[in-house]
Design a protein around this ligand. Sequence first.
Ligand SMILES: *Cc1c(COP(=O)(O)O)cnc(C)c1O
Length: 233
Amino acid sequence: MEKLSDNTQTTFEDIRRNYLGICENIARSGREVRIMAVTKTVSFERINYALDLGVSLLGENRVQEYLDKRENYKPAEVHFIGGLQTNKVKYIIDKVSMIHSVDSMRLAEEINRRAAQHGIIMDILTEINIGEEQTKGGITADSAGEFCAEVDELPNIRLRGLMTIPPAGCSESVFAKMQELFEHLKVENAHNRENAMFDTLSMGMSGDYETAIKYGATIVRIGSGLFGYRKYL
Ligand SMILES: *Cc1c(COP(=O)(O)O)cnc(C)c1O
């Protein structure tokens, strides 16, 4: 695993400027979108600075890195967004409020089991491999309906929506396809379950968040566009 870097080329002033720029772009879009600050390789000082600026949601994608850093964080809402091995669920189940990267029944069942042990209901998103890329995790758009319905049966899980990482540089039609899938499954989900709350589309990163917002993203996950390029030591 890469060691932590503190994105040392980026100053606090840069982070402030980046954050205000992102806020401005979102305001201009006129949509309700939540900014998630993606914190992999970023030092806790910089993370705390972002929280002071008004960021209210952090995204972690490495279990060990999160466990090492979290003691130093100011209070914040944290979602897990990275690939999650089944045997690591127990370490984060009570330390995050949503898991964005659910892409197998085995993982969903383990989250359900651990959530039950803690007496909680865990919010999750189904990760969709919208570009059907070999190198990426996620459920294909074609099997998403069946998968979501099955996940929804698990009593200690609440399916809140979908997450995706579109292929780099892909055309807008891929985002449009994702939006369509999201809207379709939202209707299905409302039929499947009382108190359904299928309201979250986690889509868009530093390079494509404005396109993602245009196609209905409700959470954009921003790392380098906020904290500067990650430097792996
Ligand atoms: C790293 C990461 C991001 C942020 O990527 P940037 O391009 O740096 O904004 C978003 N989502 C996931 C799942 C990531 O791992």
